[in-house]
Each structure stands twice: as C-alpha cells, then as structure tokens.
Design a protein around this ligand. Structure first.
Ligand SMILES: Cc1cc2nc3c(=O)[nH]c(=O)nc-3n(C[C@H](O)[C@H](O)[C@H](O)COP(=O)(O)O)c2cc1C
Ligand SMILES: [Mn+2]
Length: 516
C-alpha cells in the first residue's frame, strides 16, 4: 500500500511519467474548441489533456481543465495499476475480482480540499472553465465527469453517480435526474424537502470510473474506489450539507436539490453518449449552491461525451467496469456458467454479449431476464446476445458466425420484451415517448438473441448422436504434428497462438462442452 494519498495530482504524475499526458499551454476557447481538440486527440489515441490557458479564465478562481484521463485502454490499465499488456477480456476479469473486495472509506479531520472555502456572494460558477463541449449544447456543462454524492436516509449509505449538469447562473446547476438512478431514489426519500448534494470535480480517476458505473444499489462507490486503489478513500465532512467528500478533491460544490417543479430550470440540449445531436431541452431540478471548497490552484475535471465508430470517449472505457458489474450481477442472481461478458466500447452498454457454458434449455433467457431486472437497465442491456464457449465474444467474426448459424427467429431464438424502461437519449425510440418528466424514463423494447445451440433437434447418428452438428475441427494429434513441422513447411509466418490453436482443435473445450 502506497503512503501517498491518491488524488488528481498523483494521477497526473502517473500519466506524465507514462507519457500519457500533454500540458496544453496554448490559448484555447472553452466554447467548443476544447471539445473539438479532445475529440480529435481521442480519435488519434492521443494523450490526456491538461489545459492551463483558457481564454477568459486567465485570472479566474480556477484556470485549469483536465480531460481524457482514462481515454484509452493503456490509461485504464495505469488507473488500475496493471502493467504489461492486457486484453479486454483480462481487464474485465480483473475488475470482476476487484469489485468483490470492497475497501471502506475512512473519515479524516481535514484535507487540501478545505484550502479555500467560498461562501455567499463569492460563490460564482462562471469562475470555473466549464466548456461548451459541442456546438449544439444548450450551455456550459460543468458536470460531466464529476461525482455526485448523496446519502440514503434509511441505510446511511453514500451513493456517488455521474449525472450531467449545466451552469444556469452563479450559484445554480441544472441537472438531468432519472428517478431510477441512485440519487433519484434518495430524492424520493427527501420529498418535499430539498436533498443535500455534494459534487466532486477532480480526484483520482477511479472516482468517475466508479461513479459512472451501474453498481447494484447496495454497493457504495467509495468502497469500489478503495478496492481499485487498494486503500481506503480518505473523506472529510462537508461545510453545509451532511455529506462526505474526498479530502484531497480539487473542487467540491455543496448545495440542495429542490424537488419542487416550480424551482426547475431548462436543461439541455446536450449532445449525449449515442453520438447524435440531441433535441432535448426540458425543465429539470436545480442544484442551488451553498458552499464551494477547493484546493489552491484547482483543476476542473471534465469529459467529452458522444461516441461513434472511430470516435470513442472516456465514457466508452467505463464499459470495462460495466461488463464486470454485469457479470457479478448475473452470478449474484444465481445464473450459472457465465464464462465471459463484454460490452464493446462504442455502444455504451446498450448492447451486451454474454458467453455461457449452456447447462439447460432457457439458460440464455435467464441471463437476459436477470440483466433486464437490474436498476442499471435504464441505460444498459437493450440488446442481449448470448453465445457458447467456442464463440470469442471479442471477435466480431465469431459473433457474426454465431448469429448466422445458431439463431433462427422461427425457433424462438429472438425474444422481444417490452415496452420497458429505457434510455430517454436513444434516438431509435420515437421522440414523443422519451419524455422523462412524464414517464420517469425513456422507453425500450429489449431483445434477446439466443445464439446458443438449440437443444430441440432430434439426435442424429452422423452427428455422433448429438442434437447439433459438431464443429468441423482438426484432431489434436494431427494439429500437434503440423505444429511440430511448421518451420519445415517454410510458410514463413509464426504458428497459431494458444487461443487460436485451441479453437482449431477444441481439445480442451470439447471435454466440458455439453453434447447436446
Ligand atoms: C460521462 C457520463 C455522463 C453521464 N450522465 C448521466 C446523466 O446525466 N444522468 C444519469 O442518470 N446518468 C448518467 N450517466 C450514467 C450514470 O453515471 C450511471 O448510470 C451510474 O450507474 C449512476 O450511478 P448510480 O447507479 O449510483 O445511480 C453518465 C455516465 C457518464 C460516464
Ligand atoms: Mn450507485
């Protein structure tokens, strides 16, 4: 365990040492230019960016903005303390284990976040260099990669979530609030009273990584940050709300969120995660600021949103955590035989593929039903695909092959479930059905694609008495002979790696693959 308290500054130092941080000292505009630079740098697999010369913010309370800290796989590995080369699957497996070993936070007396305490007329959110990230955004989005802290009145458990927010004026941030989210449930407990809220900007990136991931409601995100960092998060009490925040946070905004619709302000539009221009602008709850505390020379943390093929963002990288969480949730629900879970970086968890060792008819349906019943399902798991162990879920060709030859709609392999709750930001839902104020959610019809082998065929002798034709493969003895003589053939390319070799022979897999 390191004695150095992790925070944004130690994280910046780590990135710097790894050559994964660029200090942008050229003058840049918070109005769209920072967003566009981040977009291009991310698409080029470029470094994280620390902007320190932002036009109009040369002498404001905060002059710096940090973004893209976990914008690629290498930086995810650095954040997790994994050195060397890891595959996507290995990172998910690692996180799956990490999340099973919570480390509770501890409360300390004070910390650098109390170096400056801002009250009364000195509170002015315009002093912070929040970008207007995209041309179509309705304003300056200060809450993009923050941690919104609230407390459950009944259990006393803290919840930390990433929920977007736009500056309305000096002391008000208008928030997008989904009632099914962690803090949405807390607000119900407080109604009709305003709910105390603290928003943290800038700490170790384990914070937004965990706050943006759909842990079950009985999990506290502080414990998960502790698990990632291998030590408790040090927390201090807030000044004006009964909440705690990291002692070494860069900036903390304290205040109250009023559930009274009369206090709402217009929020949006904001070009959101699906990668489209968003037409939504609607009245939503406002966080009224009672205090700001910050370190000397604070750094604001922000993140570009909106992902498309070839244009991934930090949010894309949270899919490592989201995949691991989905896997743990399936296990906790008693779903047997899950061997891999993956949400690619481009669809924000809207699509998920689960690999199983099929043990019974209806196994894939159980997987889908378990995922669809979680609180995280407002944003995730619209389309669920389930495959067996010979299908590498990280290989688009393997998935396409499974889709082709293990899916037959007429045999019940496609199951549509809905209408259900779902993302109000998904443009495939008719716009008039995405009214959050009216419905408390968007609307999805979900689909299960059961790409496991059907158990309904009659067994056939030419299939070795099985219900499904065996995969055409090379006998392990023959393959071993070819491997031994590979050099001799002089084909001039390296032999298959262990994983490909296994898929060619299915030697190990055949031993446990059920003969359906
Ligand atoms: C960059 C980013 C922005 C997000 N914006 C929102 C948002 O505005 N509203 C929301 O409900 N969820 C948003 N999310 C998703 C939530 O953070 C995610 O669902 C998480 O599980 C919330 O925590 P909770 O499960 O404790 O509520 C965002 C996630 C990221 C990474
Ligand atoms: Mn939560």
């Amino acid at each position: 365990m390191s004695t150095h308290t992790p925070d944004l500054r130690s994280w910046l130092a780590t990135l710097d040492r790894a050559g994964e941080l660029h200090h942008v000292t050229a003058a840049v505009d918070w109005d769209q230019e920072i967003g566009a630079i981040a977009r291009v740098a991310l698409s080029l697999n470029g470094p994280a960016l620390l902007f320190s010369n932002i036009i109009g913010h040369e002498n404001t309370r905060c002059t710096k903005l940090f973004t893209s800290g976990i914008g690629n796989r290498r930086r995810i590995q650095l954040m997790l303390g994994l050195s060397g080369d890891y595959t996507d699957a290995e990172i998910v497996r690692h996180l799956k284990d990490v999340f099973k070993n919570p480390i509770a936070p501890r409360v300390v007396e004070t910390g650098p976040v109390k170096q400056n305490i801002v009250a009364g007329d000195d509170i002015d959110l315009w002093q912070f260099p929040a970008p207007r990230w995209h041309a179509s955004d309705g304003g300056r989005y200060i809450d993009t990669f923050c941690g919104v802290v609230t407390e459950d009145k009944v259990t006393g458990r803290d919840n930390i979530g990433v929920y977007r927010g736009m500056i309305v004026d000096r002391d008000r941030i208008v928030k997008l609030l989904a009632t099914t989210q962690g803090w949405g449930g807390h607000l119900e407990q407080y109604k009709p009273e305003p709910m105390p809220v603290a928003v943290v900007y800038g700490w170790h990136d384990a914070l937004p990584f965990c706050a943006g991931s759909p842990f079950p409601k009985d999990v506290c995100e502080w414990d998960m940050m502790g698990a990632i960092l291998g030590r408790p998060v040090d927390l201090v009490a807030c000044e004006t709300v009964p909440l705690h925040v990291p002692a070494s946070a860069e900036i903390v905004v304290e205040g109250f969120l009023d559930p009274d619709p009369a206090s709402y302000a217009e929020e949006g539009p904001f070009a959101e995660y699906p990668g489209f221009v968003d037409g939504h602008a609607a009245p939503t709850p406002v966080l009224r600021i009672t205090r700001i505390t910050h370190r000397d020379d604070p750094v604001l943390r922000g993140s570009l949103e909106g992902m498309r093929p070839g244009f991934l963002v930090e949010d894309s990288m949270l899919n490592y955590a989201r995949s691991a969480i989905a896997w743990n949730v399936l296990e906790a629900q008693g779903v047997r035989g899950v061997t891999d879970v993956w949400m690619t970086q481009v669809s924000n968890g809207t699509n998920i593929v689960v690999q199983i060792r099929k043990g019974y008819r209806g196994h894939a349906q159980q997987v889908a039903a378990a995922l669809w019943g979680t609180s995280g399902s407002i944003w995730f798991y619209k389309n669920v695909m389930v495959v067996e162990e010979d299908i590498d879920i990280h290989d688009p060709q393997a998935l396409d092959w499974a889709m082709a030859y293990r899916v037959n709609a007429g045999q019940g392999d496609i199951c549509v479930y809905g209408p259900t709750m779902g993302s109000p930001l998904d443009p495939s839902t008719p716009y008039q059905r995405t009214n959050m104020a009216k419905y408390g959610s968007g609307e999805w019809h979900r689909v299960l694609i059961d790409a496991t082998r059907s158990w309904d065929n009659d067994p056939r002798p030419e299939w070795g008495g099985r219900h499904y034709p065996p995969v055409n493969k090379i006998a392990p003895e023959l393959e071993a002979r070819i491997a031994a003589r590979w050099q001799e053939y002089g084909i001039g390319i390296p032999y298959l790696d262990d994983a490909r070799r296994e898929l060619l022979t299915m030697e190990k897999l055949s031993r446990r693959f059920p003969d359906v």
